[in-house]
Design a protein. Structure first.
Length: 94
């Protein structure tokens, strides 16, 4: 399963070495954004971050990967961060 965490780790490796951001900050931002602005269960947001259930019972009963919900959520996240990037670029150009 290709998760948000794997994507961010890949992205960070592609950034120039002068960029100081690390994956934890990206994950934290995503988790906060989900909690504050989206009507999504924490199970879906945690799955999008690549988290797993901490015990065997939880893993045994969880039979879904929330793929459709994660896909929709990640599209919303992409739109959000793209808009922030465009706004930042506009401010930098002034």
């Amino acid at each position: 399963m290709f998760s948000y965490a794997r994507f961010v780790n890949l992205l960070v490796h592609l950034l120039p070495k002068t960029v100081k951001e690390r994956p934890h900050g990206f994950r934290s931002s995503f988790d906060t954004w989900c909690a504050e602005t989206q009507d999504v269960s924490s199970q879906v947001s945690k799955a999008a971050l690549g988290h797993t259930f901490e015990n065997k019972v939880g893993r045994a009963y969880r039979r879904t990967d929330f793929l459709d919900r994660r896909r929709a959520l990640m599209e919303l996240w992409a739109n959000h961060v793209t808009a922030l990037g465009e706004k930042a670029n506009g401010l930098a150009a002034q």
